[in-house]
Design a protein around this ligand. Structure first.
Ligand SMILES: [Zn+2]
Length: 384
């Protein structure tokens, strides 16, 4: 090899090794600006299959989920139990650490850890939570709170408000001190402080849909005292998950720095606990419409990463018989609780290929953080 050729080979090798070994966090421009993380609580593969079969073309139908280009599996066991609960799984998804069941944003020894959503907030991004259970429930709370138990509701409300997400939409008005009849805060309501700090508050579907959304707005919408209704029996005063997701995207989408939005199809889990296929299908199909909205947003706004996953499967649902046309289909359940099966991951957008294969549940936020250019993640909470 002559010296000129050797020089070319050398510079090629240097360029290649730089390209391979430069970690995402030191790239001048991170590939991901906006993150939409969609969590189907209790949504295993057969919950998705059941939803698909119940569309018009039966098993030939195509869900929005089915169009996502990269898929993987998440190994989701909790630190102290093969069968996780939503608190431990959501902590893993929010912080990149495995913990014991019941814990929110804390390690098994109680040490608080940082949430990727609050890291994003520190970087100047907008943040938002949308759920169909109480917004203080395990999955939403794990993104905002550090608590030893998911049961400490009053503390969780205070911590959720102190975390200060730009959007918070879902159920749970009672714990915030909203009068169930007047829909206004009681005199000692925990939400009063947030209203003084400039949050806009809405309590019903009509107010949410007619709201004028302006840049920099902070929005809390609590549409029922406890968990919201199943989609198939939704009250006229309750917005759908899709309607909440649309408004949340408008609020966070105003920030030129980007956003981190977590949307939970929360009650897929409840339909699994009660082994109700009808309610389950309604929940998954509504969740899939939100997947469609997220994909549409990501196509129109480059730099948007959409990741869809579940915390765990609920009920041990199986499809046991039927015709491809979708009728009659028979189902079997093995449990009224969570099961230990792997759950799916779907991804679209820059870096989506990094979510294919078999991942640990904790890899999901770690890879999102890398793509967002967050260097110090996962991490203990500052001061610990
Ligand atoms: Zn559950």
């Amino acid at each position: 090899m002559n010296s000129r050729r050797r020089r070319i080979w050398l510079s090629l090798a240097v360029a290649l090794s730089l390209a391979v070994f430069l970690p995402g966090s030191v790239l001048a421009e991170a590939p991901v600006k906006n993150v939409i993380l969609l969590i189907g609580d209790g949504m295993g593969i057969n919950q998705i299959t059941a939803a698909r079969i119940n569309l018009e073309a039966g098993a030939h139908s195509v869900l929005n989920l089915d169009t996502m280009p990269y898929t993987g599996f998440s190994i989701n066991f909790a630190n102290n139990n093969l069968i996780t609960d939503s608190a431990a799984a959501a902590t893993a998804l929010a912080t990149g650490f495995r913990t014991d069941t019941g814990r929110l944003g804390t390690l098994p020894d109680g040490t608080p850890v940082q949430s990727i959503m609050l890291k994003a907030k520190e970087m100047g991004l907008s943040t938002g939570i949308v759920a169909t259970v109480k917004v203080t429930d395990a999955t939403p709370a794990a993104f905002l709170v550090n608590a030893d138990s998911r049961a400490l509701e009053r503390d969780i409300v205070k911590a959720v408000l102190a975390a200060g997400p730009d959007v918070l939409l879902g159920g749970g008005a009672d714990a915030f001190g909203i009068n169930p009849f007047t829909k206004k805060p009681k005199s000692n309501a925990l939400i009063l402080q947030a209203l003084e700090e400039g949050y806009t508050f809405v309590a019903d579907r009509e107010s949410l849909l007619s709201l004028e959304i302006t840049p920099g707005m902070k929005l809390i919408g609590l549409f029922i005292g406890g968990d919201m209704s199943f989609e198939i029996t939704r009250l006229p005063t309750e917005p759908s998950l899709l309607e909440m997701a649309e408004r949340a995207l408008e609020v966070v989408g105003h920030n030129p720095q980007g956003f981190f939005l977590m949307i939970e199809g929360s009650r897929i889990d409840r339909a699994g606990h009660t082994q109700s296929v009808k309610e389950l299908v309604g929940e998954v199909l509504m969740f899939d419409q939100v997947v469609g909205l997220a994909l549409e947003y990501a196509r129109a706004n480059p730099g948007t990463l959409v990741v869809v996953t579940a915390d765990h499967e609920t009920g041990g649902l199986a499809i046991t018989g039927g015709q491809p046309s979708g009728e009659p289909v028979t189902y079997g359940w093995v449990s009224t609780a969570h099961t230990g099966s792997m759950v799916p991951i779907y991804a679209f957008g820059p870096g989506a290929e990094r979510f294919s294969g078999t991942l640990q549940i904790t890899d999901i936020p770690r890879r999102i953080a890398e793509l967002m250019g967050i260097g110090d993640f996962p991490a203990l909470k500052e001061g610990y």
